[in-house]
Design a protein around this ligand. Structure first.
Ligand code: SF4
Length: 118
């Protein structure tokens, strides 16, 4: 069990290794200090820096939600996955339209596989 205030040892290690900064999450706008990034002294472990040249084009890209996909609302708890008109019809684990269906951990993917639809 984690006590109120968290695991102090783990928090100290996280504080040693990471710094926090604002991040723009899917479906949300920027959330202040919601992302953890490796500090300079650990940058040799940072894949983003290590593969910076390869990832450069990818970082410049802006990823918009596919047309009709309502992942942002699903992730914010505004709608259930099955309220998306594409759910189970156009968007399935074999032919995902949005990111919530791509991953096996995605909320739409899970509902389709294990919900009353599976
Ligand atoms: S992943 Fe598919 S089902 Fe889920 S919100 Fe996006 S389009 Fe709809």
């Amino acid at each position: 069990m984690v006590k109120e205030g968290g695991n102090k040892k783990a928090l100290a290690i996280m504080d040693e290794v990471f710094y926090q900064d604002d991040v723009c999450w899917r479906g949300f706008s920027h959330i202040p200090k919601s992302g953890f990034f490796l500090k300079e002294e650990f940058e040799r472990y940072d894949a983003k820096k290590r593969f910076e040249d390869d990832l450069d084009e990818l970082h410049k890209k802006e990823f918009k939600e596919p047309e009709g996909c309502r992942c942002g609302e699903v992730l914010r708890g505004i709608i259930y996955s099955d309220e998306c008109p594409l759910f189970g019809r156009v968007c399935t684990p074999d032919h995902p339209v949005g990111p919530c269906m791509v991953s096996r951990e995605g909320s739409c993917n899970i509902l389709l596989r294990y919900g009353r639809y599976g």
